[in-house]
Ligand binder design. Sequence first.
Ligand SMILES: NC(=O)c1ccc[n+]([C@@H]2O[C@H](COP(=O)([O-])OP(=O)(O)OC[C@H]3O[C@@H](n4cnc5c(N)ncnc54)[C@H](O)[C@@H]3O)[C@@H](O)[C@H]2O)c1
Length: 314
Amino acid sequence: MKKKTFLVTGGTGFIGSNICELLIRKKYNVKIFDNNSRGNLGKIRNIKKKIKFIKGDIRNEKLLNKAIKDVDAVIHLAYINGTKYFYSKPILTLDIAVKGILNIINCCIKNKIKEVYLASSSEVYQMPNKIPTNETETLKIPNIYNPRYSYGGGKILTELMGIHYGKKYFKKLIIFRPHNVYGPNMGNEHVIPEFINRMKKITKKRKFFLIKGSGNESRTFMYIDDFVSAFNFLIDKGKHLNIYNIGDPKEIKIKDLAKKIAKILKKRIKLYRSKIPEGSARIRCPDIKKINKLGFSSKVKLEDGLARTIDWYY
Ligand SMILES: NC(=O)c1ccc[n+]([C@@H]2O[C@H](COP(=O)([O-])OP(=O)(O)OC[C@H]3O[C@@H](n4cnc5c(N)ncnc54)[C@H](O)[C@@H]3O)[C@@H](O)[C@H]2O)c1
């Protein structure tokens, strides 16, 4: 029997390249559609010969339509990522969000593609009412004037479009909400690589280490291998029109994360607190019972995942 062909938008990015490796291991055919604004072909070097790469912008409907023609399933990841860009590039973030999801839906309908996976984010919860937070939590844009919410707002719109078009046009439409996935080669604009890179400058004489906020804000972190394992369950067992949190439910305070990284690197640091960016949630922690029910359980402890990530960045 002919194996399915997947089109992965954002496939040369951090999560995308790892999903593509999974798809290749599962013997699927893989096409990547990415403009390489953040991703690059180096990230898919192990599978480059086995995939078809199309360089294109998700906002270019004509090109996307051509790429999607002989495809059975679409995984839509292409988006702006990195918190500093939500603040500095809200228009670009919204443009890619809105035109991206519209083009994905139009091209899938035109080409009768029935299986679609849409990346959302924990940012749709902003400051959740309940911790741990399950998928029924209210989605919010707390302040329409704050550019940060361009990212979360774009994801809410992606979900809305996905669910309502999904009911009418698709057989399997799944939304997933990643919560701080980390690992080697993830770029430099996230808290873990940012901490690792700054720790390089710590010396016996220069121990000051700046963190945003009081340090008591907490997050959860999921190693990329666990993310891929969870995503594998979505491909095999995920249910139509369902939304799944993907994350690790173990909370850690940001000050303790900095100390953990310092310990692995055998550095002595003195923490310096600063103002937290407006709109940053105090606490986030996913309830992952729903993905657990499909069979997923996480395997990689934070210490081990951090050590592997540090190895790559150092
Ligand atoms: N990494 C996380 O912890 C996390 C958390 C929540 C949600 N997500 C979501 O998961 C998805 C993948 O995230 P990631 O961490 O791999 O980010 P990433 O930045 O590494 O990957 C995004 C990819 O999209 C591509 N891209 C951006 N704009 C594009 C455009 N206009 N046209 C075509 N391609 C474009 C980039 O080149 C990049 O390869 C994103 O949708 C992101 O919002 C990730």
